[in-house]
Design a protein around this ligand. Sequence first.
Ligand code: HEM
Length: 73
Amino acid sequence: MDINAIGLGCESDVLVVAGDADGSHLLDKVLDLPTICGLQMPLVGILPPDEIEILRQWIIDLGGSEGGALDGG
Ligand code: HEM
């Protein structure tokens, strides 16, 4: 957690913000939004909605654990 993206121009984005899916660069990358920083991931096509939902739920669940362990998981 609290690791910033390294993509050019995206350095101020945090990869995973525990509990905040919409604030997480990881989730941005799998969404087909015109506003995302860098390239959409995976490069060869958008993930199915149910898989994106799993990622979203995982990030939200991370928020449940009292600030979270830095190396938790
Ligand atoms: C489900 C599959 C994938 C996910 C969730 C994913 C996620 C991500 C994320 C979060 C970043 C930003 C990392 C950072 O800035 O620190 C990234 C960057 C990147 N990934 Fe992926 N990735 C996936 C598949 C792939 C594949 C298959 C390739 C290559 C064949 C790839 C190539 C790259 C490249 C070149 C970048 C840097 C470009 C950029 O910043 O937009 N990724 N990916």
